[in-house]
Design a binder for this molecule. Structure first.
Ligand SMILES: *[C@@H]1O[C@H](CO)[C@@H](O)[C@H](O)[C@H]1NC(C)=O
Ligand SMILES: *[C@@H]1O[C@H](CO)[C@@H](O)[C@H](O)[C@H]1NC(C)=O
Ligand SMILES: CC(=O)N[C@H]1CO[C@H](CO)[C@@H](O)[C@@H]1O
Length: 513
């Protein structure tokens, strides 16, 4: 079945340029802001990592654009073949389990010591679940009503990522298979057939790209633009009128910001919210620097101002970051009463959610993030029914900001941010991009690590050191709509001090859970 993508759109109001096209930039910024599709736009439509893949899963020859990871030498701006990729020390990878039956099953991790398994998920009929895994790890599925019955079990080993529980097809026995197929209701038969198609497609995709297909065929390519990461250190830049707050507005001026239809939904020509508290520059120039090409990960210094960071910390914890003006801060927090509204919650829980509508500063951070991602800010909030009519769902594509705190010894082991979309939703909504916003620095440990970044000089992971106001952007999806197994990432243990950061997750093509 054909999936239709919303037509590619050029959103007005975002001035956007790349160093490659710098020479083409003539228009003054104020004019550029009124442009919609300008000639100075970076070309998001041609991604050199996309290649035409032909396939035939029984409906005649078809083609898609598939992501083929470029030769690692090109990441060093060398000719293909000059460098060889290393084998990462981290040997974990994604494991996805598919229930091709019409009953819910339970998925367990098997400790292999005779003891009871740990439940990972209940998997609905024709659906899937997954986890980050390691070679030799074992998993099994049971019926919901009897956990002692093993319907299927697997010892997982790379490169295979996807494991199917298929009680219908009996290898080498067409009659039995046919009997099983005949026993299915019409609806189950259709769902089962979609899985069969998916498996055929996935097989071809693996041959062509060397990667497992972690989405469910057919899945459209991401509806959002994706920055390219052709080589280490490559830079893109984007200007946004969402300049930094440099002094804190009075609380009464801050918000809350109404969700839709309020005066806060500004036209680009309108003055910035609370201009008097912000950097007087006409725009903020953000530079995305490529840290990793596979996965695509970028670092953006100075994404948040110190005022914004302080505000977020106060808002979420009631605490103020203790800052030393001489040596770098030690990442410690001291509880300080700012003498403001004492009815605010003082929360120190591990994670706290902050909604865009909370106040004008948070709203600005969403707008700035949208500009950074080249996504219309309206997609990152609920919309009225007339706004962006091509979007069926009016829900925001962004989750609330999640504040995360790590104490000494705390970590988040390697995992993926994407999940496995339900087959019943043809859009296959999934997390698309993660923006990590660091709120403090100076702790020992606490790096963000991409343990499986593709490179030719080290077997170690890529470690990103937290720095106040810095952002890291990475994509959980590939430009062809597959999930990026390489987006595996960890928060390394904090060894001294503590770590505060925020996550902003943006979904594609919709946000439905
Ligand atoms: C599942 O399929 C079997 C036939 O294989 C059928 O008898 C049964 O009713 C179906 N169960 C559900 C929950 O639809
Ligand atoms: C933005 O910064 C980059 C350097 O990262 C620079 O090359 C570019 O000219 C700047 N753009 C503007 C509009 O100032
Ligand atoms: C079609 C069908 O019913 N398939 C299988 C679904 O899974 C259950 C166990 O949960 C099997 O008994 C069915 O044969």
């Amino acid at each position: 079945m054909a999936m239709t993508l919303p037509p590619s759109r050029c959103f007005g109001g975002i001035q956007f340029l790349t160093i490659l096209l710098l020479s083409l930039l003539q228009a003054p910024i104020t004019t550029a802001r009124e442009q919609t599709c300008s000639a100075t736009e970076y070309d998001f439509s041609s991604d050199p990592a996309l290649h035409t893949m032909d396939f035939d899963i029984g409906y005649g020859p078809q083609e898609i654009l598939a992501y083929v990871q470029p030769d690692v030498s090109t990441f060093y701006q060398m000719e293909p073949g000059e460098r060889k990729p290393t084998t990462p020390k981290h040997n974990g990878w994604a494991a996805k389990f598919v229930n091709m039956s019409n009953k819910t099953v339970r998925l367990f991790w098997d400790p292999m010591n005779g003891g009871p398994g740990s439940i990972i998920a209940n998997i609905e009929p024709y659906s899937a679940a997954g986890t980050a895994s390691f070679p030799t790890h074992a998993f099994y599925m049971t019926p919901v009503e009897d956990e002692s019955v093993r319907l299927a079990s697997w010892a997982v080993s790379p490169p295979q990522s996807v494991y199917f529980y298929d009680p219908i097809t009996v290898e080498g026995d067409e009659e039995a298979t046919q009997r099983n197929l005949d026993s299915l209701s019409h609806e189950d038969f259709e769902l089962y057939q979609r899985h069969v198609d998916n498996r055929k497609f996935s097989k071809r995709y693996f041959e062509f790209t060397g990667r497992e297909y972690l989405s469910f065929y057919p899945r459209a390519r991401p509806s959002h633009k994706m920055w390219r990461a052709d080589y280490f250190g490559q830079e893109h830049w984007v200007t946004t009128k969402e300049t930094h707050f440099i002094t804190l507005p009075e609380e009464s001026e801050l918000g809350p910001v109404a969700e839709i239809g309020s005066r806060r939904v500004l036209k680009e020509s309108d003055p910035r919210i609370l201009q008097q508290y912000r950097s007087p520059e006409p725009f903020l120039n953000l530079t995305l620097k490529v840290l990793s090409c596979a996965p695509r990960a970028f670092e953006i210094d100075n994404f948040l101002s110190q005022t914004e960071v302080d505000h977020i910390m106060y808002l979420t914890t009631g605490m103020k970051l203790h800052r030393s003006t001489t040596a770098g801060s030690n990442g410690q927090l001291s509880e300080e009463d700012l003498g403001r509204d004492s009815t605010r919650n003082t929360r120190t829980s591990l994670n706290t959610w902050v909604y865009r509508e909370k106040d004008a500063i948070i709203d600005t951070i969403y707008r700035r993030s949208a500009d950074l991602l080249r996504i219309n800010e309206a997609l990152l909030r609920p919309r009225s029914k007339d706004e962006l009519p091509y979007m069926k769902s009016k829900r925001s594509l962004a989750e609330a900001l999640q504040l995360v705190h790590y104490d000494v010894g705390q970590e988040y082991t390697a995992h993926h941010d994407f999940g496995y979309a339900n087959i019943y939703n043809e859009d296959q909504p999934a997390r698309f991009a993660t923006l990590l916003l660091y709120l403090n620095e100076g702790m020992d440990g606490g790096e963000t690590q991409f343990p499986r970044w593709v490179n030719a000089h080290t077997r170690d992971g890529l470690d990103v050191v937290p720095k106040v106001g810095k952002a890291v952007l990475f994509y959980s999806q590939l430009p062809d709509g597959n999930m990026d197994d390489w987006s595996h990432h960890a928060a390394l243990p904090v060894r001294r001090g503590e770590k505060w950061l925020m996550n902003l997750w943006v979904w594609d093509p919709t946000y439905e859970t």
